[in-house]
Write a protein that binds this ligand. Structure first.
Ligand code: FAD
Ligand code: SF4
Length: 510
């Protein structure tokens, strides 16, 4: 009988077994909808990237003979809501069966289960065939354990999938080369710049605007640069392997005013939309490594493998283990609203100006900018994790809740009380100055702790530890910091509290 198969915007896996052969009984349903553009306010490039990738996916598979119903955002007959769309098209196609791929977002999982239950025909959910792990694999792996250490999950993954292991031992003798991934970039080695895609998205942009979708951020409609097709994504991967991998690990944590991407791959959107799979990426990277062992050090490769085989799968597993409670956690009881400069980049703090500014112009910032500049400030200023989450979920090209919330609320804001991170990622200006050139051209002086020119991170840091010390008193990794805090004189602490109260009250004057 006739079957209707739903494909969500982040399920663009052409290698899924669904597409192994053409079946005339099957109709695929893809819908651009207000339900998805409106659950949070998104960066315009993110909306364009998803719609363009969905349209490209439909084109490419239609050419192979698969049948599609595709609803555009501006289509007057588009109900804009998943339940209504599914019901309408089950009827229209006289479907006797409805199938979908397991969504990666809790919100959609609940919704789809409810919809499936309400239909009067057979329904069936299948895996997306994208990740290395299944939804609850991490939960099972850590069952009965108190600490959910990424490192032990990562080693299990390396062994299970035979990635850089021989006889159960890691290649090169070490599992982790994190210690060597700490270089500052000072203009060399040169970063080769690719030409980019420069797609013209003027028409799509108009459709999105005319549909009334509210977005933020900037876009150059004649030079849209994110990969949206299989060929685009493979070319980004190829470019990464050939040109960037060789220095990836070394400069993974570096930041620079003139270089937004450094040696980062920019593959997160391609993978999160499932246009390419993590296995394809890892296989290609390892192939490049094995063919060029004399040029590429193992630490560069291991650093990259850890992000994808380790962190990415780990975050997904944590998400399914901890949701839905996770989305409400605020263990440090932070309450402050987001400063206006998160929407403008307009601040004298140079590191934030660059990291936020680039997020707004490019829908991208790399990991350390997200973690040690923007996230660091948000935590030190004790911003409410709900507001921080909404911002991160909206602004980044790769932001989908399963990977956004675990990184933001968990790793960066410590609002989960230490499920993901063993201690909060906070620092004074020291770290930022060590890893970037931001401080050199800043209005504030990274060396100063007091006075009008003192770097705000330098007092906010101690103020945060002071305000939250009760939360950390049993955390051994915080002992040293707390004992340094104890040594501060009463007058210094008074100054720290006063200055911090000023910036927390009026962040946009700084
Ligand atoms: P590269 O540096 O080239 O890394 C390669 C790949 O590794 C990435 O594409 C990504 O798939 C994976 N990866 C690296 N770090 C992580 C991580 N911590 N968690 C999961 N995967 C990782 N990543 C997202 O995909 N979506 C998000 O919404 C997101 N939000 C974040 C929020 C905060 C506060 C922080 C600190 C990190 C967040 N990350 C998120 C992780 C990471 O910053 C991005 O994956 C990365 O910057 C994407 O750029 P890239 O592809 O050039 O990465
Ligand atoms: Fe950021 Fe402080 Fe450095 Fe300025 S001095 S760039 S505010 S860390």
């Amino acid at each position: 009988g006739a079957t209707l198969r739903l494909i969500l915007g982040d399920q663009l896996n052409q290698k899924h077994h669904w597409f192994d052969s053409v079946d005339d009984n099957v109709t695929y349903l893809i819908a651009e909808m207000r339900q998805e553009t409106d659950y949070v306010k998104h960066h315009i490039q993110k909306v364009v990237a998803f719609f363009l990738a969905m349209r490209t996916f439909k084109e490419e598979l239609s050419e192979k003979g698969h049948r599609f119903i595709y609803l555009k955002i501006g289509d007057p007959n588009n109900p804009q809501d998943l339940a209504k769309i599914i019901k309408a098209y089950c009827d229209a196609t006289s479907a006797e069966r409805f199938e979908y791929q397991l969504p990666d977002e809790y919100r959609l999982d609940v919704q789809l289960k409810r919809i499936a239950k309400s239909l009067k025909i057979d329904t069936h959910a299948v895996d997306t065939e994208h990740f290395y792990t299944s939804r609850y694999e991490l939960k099972d792996f850590f069952s009965g354990k108190k600490q959910l250490l990424m490192e032990s999950f990562y080693r299990m993954m390396r062994k299970k999938h035979g990635i850089m292991v021989e006889n159960g031992q890691p290649d090169g003798g070490k599992w982790n080369y994190d210690q060597s991934n700490r270089k500052k970039w000072k203009g060399t080695p040169e970063i080769p710049h690719e030409r980019g895609f420069r797609k013209d998205v003027t028409d799509l942009l108009k459709e999105i605007e005319q549909a009334g979708v509210k977005t933020f951020g900037e876009i150059d409609p004649e030079k849209f640069n994110w990969p949206v097709s299989r060929a685009d994504c493979l070319s980004v991967l190829n470019y990464f392997c050939k040109e960037l991998l060789v220095h990836f690990g070394d400069y993974q944590d570096a930041m620079h005013t003139e270089e937004k991407y450094l040696f980062h791959s920019r593959l997160s959107f391609a993978m999160n939309a499932k246009i390419i799979s993590p296995k394809e990426v890892i296989d290609k990277v390892l192939e490049q490594y094995h063919e060029n062992k004399e040029n590429i050090d193992i630490s560069q490769v291991e650093g990259f493998v850890r992000q994808i085989v380790g962190w990415r799968e780990y975050m997904r597993g944590i998400y399914w283990k901890e949701m839905p409670d996770y989305a409400k956690l605020n263990k440090l009881e932070n309450q402050n609203p987001l400063p206006e400069f998160f929407w403008t980049g307009n601040t004298k703090m140079n590191c934030l100006k660059h990291a936020i500014g680039q997020s707004l112009t490019d829908a991208y910032a790399h990991h350390i900018q997200r973690l040690m500049v923007i996230g660091n400030f948000a935590l030190l200023a004790q911003l409410h994790p709900d507001e921080v989450d909404q911002w991160y979920l909206g602004v980044y090209i790769d932001a989908i809740e399963w990977v956004e919330i675990t990184n933001t609320r968990g790793m960066s804001q410590f609002a989960d009380g230490g499920i993901v991170a063993t201690k909060p990622y906070v620092s004074s200006s020291n770290y930022i100055n060590k890893m970037s050139d931001y401080c050199g051209s800043c209005h504030y002086k990274h060396t100063q702790k007091q006075g009008d020119n003192a770097c705000p991170f330098n007092f906010l840091y101690w103020n945060f530890l002071d305000a939250k010390k009760e939360h950390f008193k049993d955390n051994q990794r915080m002992t040293m910091m707390l004992s340094l805090l104890e040594k501060k004189s009463a007058s210094e602490m008074e100054y720290i509290r006063e200055k911090s109260a000023e910036i927390i009250k009026n962040p946009d004057t700084f």
